[in-house]
Design a protein around this ligand. Structure first.
Ligand code: GTP
Ligand code: MG
Length: 376
């Protein structure tokens, strides 16, 4: 089965992935084009529910930009408490416990970084960079290394400026990831964010494998005040996406968010299906800007990193959403993802409600990680 804990695709699997174009053509999508086949029994236009909803979105305009930024940083600091305790308290005792910078000092730092889920390769690069800086600047005091280490981590995480272009264009956001990582929840939160910017949002419930998946997305559509296009349980997910693309075009939607299954009968099926859906979007909506987000559960640490690699092999990932950052000690994985894969973490999930999705900024993240009260 395709469990969270183990996603291991062999190269052989990958070679089998290719579905021929003919397969896709056989799906007779033309038949689905007619208006009345748009899965009406499942389709939901939740626009009426906005006003009386308990979950009405906060009015961004009412808040001062600076207060928001401050509040955001505070939330980030508190969300990262466990990760910070895990990594930084170990660091501080190394910085204060050593009287000189020697091999043993570097070894202790290495162990702490690796234990903090920063990843072996990223750790090596961070420490090589630190050694260079220490040498070049003739640093003798371990305490004086702290800021250099922070700088090195930030440099290794550099993936250039993170673009959120899809938010401002007519776009399709394809959301993928193994089961239970938080795909559906992330789509709900993203829909909420986009609706708060007054965008027209359509959700495609392309997880037709799990019985409750459609209902779950429908709830999020109501909460976020977005349209939903779904299909019956067991129906072809690529056909649902085909319908959703037609609806997005007809309704002049700004953003189409596609939820996908995290588990199928086996891994190969899942990857085949993702490829097939991808092809349908490419063919039917070539004018749309494409964003492919892989959702990873931060609590799974290094497994998240290998999942990102596997998905990157079958599709071009444009960004990562790292969920469940609230309360995990494994938040260091954000560093490993950017430093080792060069893929930007675009959002982090910090809770289960509609407001619990934040844009990720590597510098803010590292600052929050190393934040101590004395520095105020
Ligand atoms: N604490 C916390 N929980 C989260 C976060 N994101 C998602 N969850 C929870 O994780 C669980 C799984 O989330 P889903 O959105 O259903 O995950 P999924 O990837 O769609 O799962 P499948 O559809 O089964 O593949 C739910 O209980 C969510 O509330 C987060 O950022 N923080
Ligand atoms: Mg789901």
């Amino acid at each position: 089965m395709f469990e969270n804990e183990e996603i291991e695709l062999s190269v052989d699997d990958a070679e089998d992935f290719d579905l021929s174009l003919d397969d896709a053509e056989e799906m007779e999508f033309e038949d689905l084009l007619s208006e009345d086949s748009l899965s009406e029994d499942f389709e939901e236009d939740a626009s009426a529910s906005m006003d009386e909803s308990d979950n009405a979105l906060p009015d961004d305009d009412q808040q001062e930009e600076s207060t928001k930024k401050e509040g955001f940083f505070k939330r980030l600091i508190s969300g990262l408490t466990k990760t910070r305790d895990n990594i930084v308290s170990g660091m501080d005792s190394i910085f204060s416990g050593f009287s000189k910078i020697d091999e043993e000092f570097y070894e202790e730092l290495e162990e702490t970084l690796i234990m903090g889920d920063i990843g072996v390769n990223a750790t090596m690069r961070i420490l090589d960079d630190l050694r260079d800086k220490v040498k070049a600047q003739h640093i003798k005091e371990p305490m004086a290394c702290k800021q250099l280490l922070i700088d090195s981590i930030k440099e290794q995480m550099d993936v250039g400026e993170t673009a959120y272009e899809f938010e401002d264009r007519t776009s399709v956001v394809f959301v993928i990831g193994v089961n239970g990582v938080g795909k559906t929840t992330t789509i709900g939160k993203l829909a909420g964010k986009l609706r708060a910017q007054n965008k027209k949002v359509v959700l495609a419930a392309a997880d037709t494998f799990r019985a409750a998946a459609g209902e779950q997305l429908k709830e999020w559509a109501n909460r976020a005040d977005a349209d939903l296009i779904g299909g019956q349980e067991g129906s072809d997910p690529a056909a649902v996406v085909f319908d959703a693309v037609s609806a997005a075009k007809a309704r002049k939607a700004d953003v189409l968010l596609c939820d996908t299954a995290g588990r199928l009968h086996n891994k190969k099926n899942l990857m085949d299906e993702l490829k097939k859906i991808n092809r349908v979007i490419d063919r039917e909506y070539p004018e749309a800007y494409r964003e492919t987000l892989v959702v990873l559960d931060a609590t799974t640490g290094q497994n998240a990193l290998s999942q990102a690699r596997e998905f990157n092999d079958v599709t071009d990932i444009t960004g990562v959403v790292l969920t469940k950052m609230d309360g995990t000690a494994k938040g260091g994985i954000a560093i490993a993802i950017q430093a080792e894969l060069g893929i930007p973490v675009k959002y982090i999930g910090v809770g289960e409600t509609i407001d619990d999705l934040q844009k990720f900024d590597a510098d803010d993240f590292v600052n929050a990680l190393f934040y101590t009260n004395e520095e105020e």
